[in-house]
Design a binder for this molecule. Structure first.
Ligand SMILES: Nc1ncnc2c1ncn2[C@@H]1O[C@H](COP(=O)(O)OP(=O)(O)OP(=O)(O)O)[C@@H](O)[C@H]1O
Ligand SMILES: [Mg+2]
Length: 454
């Protein structure tokens, strides 16, 4: 008989070690290795039979995968146009951000025509009922199950087509060691759910909690099992929430949806143009708007900067919504190439509305926002900028320049600073908006604030 083997799995990175160690040799974290036993197939008593035969491509029957609408347009957009039947979708986010709320609403809509099962492993039935009442969810076929054991969930789910697991960290498999929420359990439960979706033709939504550093607890191992991974982002005190696709096998992974948390639940924000920029932005120094592309849409995002003199020790660098390293890099470029001093200044940077900007095209707007705060000169509110910055101070071309310029025109901007190499593709709009092509960041700074000598 085959031996039951023991392995030690790191709870942070999922790496496997044959013996217990105080420090994970892969990610370097201390005290994260947990013992797991693995029961071989023959011990479990199952006979190994292939479940699928090789099939010629021409013989595979085409199935009708018409997307199913959730009733929330923003959510459909993030999914790439609606739910793909028999797919498995993970929704991650900080505690209390609204993961259960949005899925209750969606399943409330679906329950009008489909058989849905809401598996609440974290909350009691009466708590779910309380939320459903608040959200006005009263579908006739909305079924709630309070169960943590995956084997039972699998059995019960036979009669349903759409299933929510709230949450993956709260369910467990009894023939697998480790407590609920451990990497091993999360990974195993996720692959069982994936099989449930694919083999039994169910559409599964899985809720996952996020760790302190922003990853879904039970880390990357979970993400590659899923068809689609969505993250709910937003500051806890802010009612605006952004749903972002980070992986999508059936659509763009660049899509974002903007929502607002209200007493009646999550509402989609249709006119998101005013969400990420303020009306009185031209009054104070340090504010510049960029045109950011997410999936198929372009939205204006205001970058704000505040500077204050460093009183003691090293100057502070504090970005919100912008990567720390990117901010430090742009500061260095401005110091060297535009001769703007930041060495004795604390710098605070913010992308408005709680959105996270990772696009390189926002570099120029970040640089101009920093320069504006440094010079203490406000930038005209009718000006917008986009372009990628290189370490030599050059402004590099970005993709979708035409879309960005079109959006700026639509929103009533009067001038746009853009990379010179993008100029040819947008010069046809010169009669609608002033185009200011630049090759170097120093040119843009000079244009707005005058020249700075070394
Ligand atoms: N009566 C209410 N009025 C307005 N907002 C409410 C009300 N009740 C709850 N909320 C909002 O709903 C949020 C909780 O939503 P939800 O339970 O869906 O979050 P979650 O992401 O599932 O959290 P968890 O990770 O703890 O399960 C709260 O943060 C709160 O902002
Ligand atoms: Mg919840």
């Amino acid at each position: 008989m085959a031996k039951i083997s023991t392995k030690y799995v790191c709870q942070e990175c999922g790496s496997i070690s044959p013996q217990w160690l105080g420090k994970c040799p892969y990610c370097g974290k201390f005290g994260t290795l947990v013992e797991e036993t693995e029961t071989p197939e023959e011990v479990k008593g199952s006979i190994s039979v292939p479940t699928s035969n090789p099939t010629l491509l021409k013989d595979i029957k085409k199935e009708n995968y018409a997307r199913i609408k959730t009733g929330i347009n923003e959510f459909d957009t993030v999914l790439g146009g609606g739910i793909v039947p028999y797919s498995i979708v993970l929704i991650g986010g900080d505690p209390g951000i609204g993961k259960s709320t949005i899925l209750t609403q969606i399943f409330g809509n679906l329950s009008k025509t489909e058989k849905v099962l809401y598996v609440s492993a974290e909350e009691s039935l009466s708590h779910v009922k309380l939320r459903c009442d608040r959200l006005g969810v009263n579908g006739e076929h909305f079924t709630v199950l309070n169960e943590c054991r995956l084997e039972h969930i699998e059995k019960i789910s036979k009669d349903y087509d759409f299933i929510v697991i709230d949450s993956i960290q709260a369910i467990y498999l009894s023939d697998f060691s480790g407590s609920a929420g451990s990497v091993g359990q999360v990974r195993e439960c996720a692959s069982r759910l994936m099989r449930l979706a694919k083999s039994n033709k169910k559409t599964v939504f899985v809720i996952g909690h996020v760790t302190k550093d922003g990853n879904i607890a039970g880390p990357k191992v979970l993400e590659h099992i899923m068809d689609t991974v969505l993250y709910f982002e937003g500051e806890p005190q802010d009612s605006l929430k952004v749903l972002r696709a980070v992986k999508n096998r059936f659509g763009s992974a660049q899509e974002v949806g903007v929502f607002e948390m209200t007493e009646e639940g999550i509402k989609e924000v249709k006119d998101y143009n005013g969400v990420f920029m303020s009306e009185d932005r031209g009054a104070q120094a340090g504010s510049v708007v960029t045109q950011s592309i997410s999936g198929n849409r372009c939205m204006p995002v205001e970058i704000q900067c505040l500077m204050s003199k460093t009183v003691f020790g090293l100057p502070r660098r504090m970005p919100l919504g912008v990567d720390y390293n990117k901010m430090v890099l742009i500061l260095a470029v401005l110091e060297r190439k535009a001769y703007l001093p930041f060495f004795n200044q604390d710098v605070y940077l913010n992308a408005m509305g709680g959105i996270k900007i990772s696009e390189p095209s926002a570099d120029l707007a970040i640089a101009l926002s920093l320069a504006s705060a440094n010079k203490n000169v406000a930038v005209d509110k009718s000006l917008t900028a986009f372009g990628e910055l290189g370490l030599t101070g050059e402004v590099r071309a970005v993709s979708f320049a035409e879309k960005r310029v079109q959006n700026a025109i639509k929103l009533g901007f009067k001038a746009v600073i853009l990379p010179k190499r993008n100029y040819d593709s947008v010069k046809k709009y010169a009669d609608k908006i002033e185009l200011i092509p630049v090759s170097y960041v120093s040119q843009a700074v000079k244009k707005l604030f005058g020249e700075n000598k070394e």
